[in-house]
Design a protein around this ligand. Structure first.
Ligand SMILES: *Cc1c(COP(=O)(O)O)cnc(C)c1O
Length: 406
């Protein structure tokens, strides 16, 4: 399939290019100290990660430790409550540790081990990436430093406890607003000092090349499995697929399985409390081109051109940009990016819980809400949703902020 000059038969060979660009987006806008580190990772990725030994070990880990393949479930009661469109979910909530994030963390940590590194480091905001990486570090016997702002440490006590139980060091960042941005800066600074012994593991399809490519490739197992499973279940491809987009890793991996198919693809961004800057994190819908955290993409900026404050009830979605590949797929029109606000997401959170017995992460509930909306507009057909994670982490927050319906 060819669309606006992009040939999807050969897409994964050509995107990103050697410098890490998806069209105008991506690249590696980093300080000279980090150049050598990124080149080392890039080199290792193309030699080690393509080796049969690495691929076989990752396959075995996915099966025996992560519990892959995760199933697809048909949402029969929810579908019937809306009409004739059939809804399905790819169950990344059943991946070990409860979300898709472990897919790339196990890949990144295995790469670190093959490179002979002793330590992996990362930043975390809500703590989900920190927990997944701490899990991977424990599995491989690597040291793990997680940089986290003081404000987030106070807000996310259960995830901080989880990381510590798994043996990671949680390093408090006290600069600035003491949240994700400062944690990213601190983690990059630590990496620049210590990259000989360390690998930085980014939590989504973000950051300088080669991370957006590497994380997508590790996550593509989701889309490849889902395509095969859906064909086996129904004899055809889904008409529509949809996934939530924060940084964009679960969506990028899921979409990767279907980009060359006659399937309509949607990414769903969080509209939070509304369209005012600061009330949402819908970067592709409201943002403009810019550079942050080492890459060029579409981002939300404040009046000084700095990354704008963002908000969503789903803490995993409140990032002021999205991965460069999403900006590219948006521009060429292969993926349509839509928005869902807090309220619509919480309604879907309860609908899935009560009609299907699946409590989704609030992040994933955005994709469910979007599919429910599409199902009302379409007369027939099928929609496959990527259910990126489970909602245990969100239950207290939902009850406190949105209450329990009758
Ligand atoms: C972190 C997270 C997300 C958002 O990250 P992406 O990189 O956009 O996938 C979505 N869902 C869950 C459950 C998460 O933990």
């Amino acid at each position: 399939m060819v669309l606006n000059g992009v040939d999807f038969d050969t897409y994964f060979k050509n995107y990103p290019n050697e410098e890490g660009f998806f069209g105008p987006y991506g690249g590696a806008y980093i300080e000279p100290e980090l150049k050598a580190a990124m080149e080392e990772i890039n080199e290792a990725y193309f030699t080690i990660c393509k080796s049969r030994k690495f691929i076989n070990e990752l396959r075995r880990i996915r099966k025996e430790f992560q519990g892959r393949p995760t199933p697809i479930s048909h949402l029969e009661r929810l579908s019937n409550s809306i009409g004739d469109v059939q809804l399905y979910v790819k169950r990344e909530d059943l991946n070990h540790s409860g979300a898709h994030k472990l897919n790339h963390c196990m890949g990144e940590a295995l790469l670190a081990k093959y490179m002979g590194k002793k330590k992996i480091i990362a930043e975390t905001g809500a703590g989900q990436h920190g927990v997944a990486l701490a899990t991977a570090a424990a599995y491989f016997g690597l040291e793990c430093d997680i940089y986290m702002g003081s404000v987030d440490i106070k807000k996310q006590a259960p995830n901080v406890a989880r990381m510590k139980i798994l043996g990671a060091r949680v390093i408090e960042v006290t600069e600035g607003l003491q949240t994700l941005k400062e944690a990213v800066d601190a983690a990059f600074a630590a990496y620049a000092r210590d990259y000989k012994d360390t690998v930085y593991c980014i939590g989504s399809v973000l950051g300088p090349h080669p991370f957006p490519m590497m994380v997508r490739d590790f996550q593509s197992v989701v889309g490849i499995e889902a395509r095969e499973q859906f064909l086996e279940m129904t004899g055809e491809l889904p008409d529509v697929i949809t996934a939530c987009v924060g940084g964009g890793s679960n969506a990028a991996g899921f979409f990767a399985g279907f980009l060359n198919d006659p399937v309509k693809i949607y990414g769903v961004e969080p509209l939070g409390r509304g369209e005012k800057l600061g009330d949402h994190a819908a970067s592709l819908k409201f943002g403009t081109e810019g550079i942050m955290h080492g890459f060029n993409s579409i981002m939300l900026k404040d009046e000084n051109g700095e990354p704008a404050p963002v908000y969503s009830a789903a803490s995993g979605l409140d990032y002021p940009s999205s991965g460069p590949e999403h900006a590219f797929l948006h521009d060429i029109g292969r993926v349509t990016y839509d928005v869902v606000d807090d309220k619509e997401a919480i309604d879907a959170f309860y609908a899935l819980s009560r009609m299907e017995g699946i409590i989704p992460a609030i992040e994933s509930a955005h994709a469910v809400a979007h599919a429910m909306r599409l199902a009302k507009e379409m007369k027939h057909g099928s929609i496959l949703i990527n259910l990126s994670g489970r909602g245990d982490k969100d239950m207290d927050y939902v009850i406190e902020h949105f209450g329990i319906p009758e």
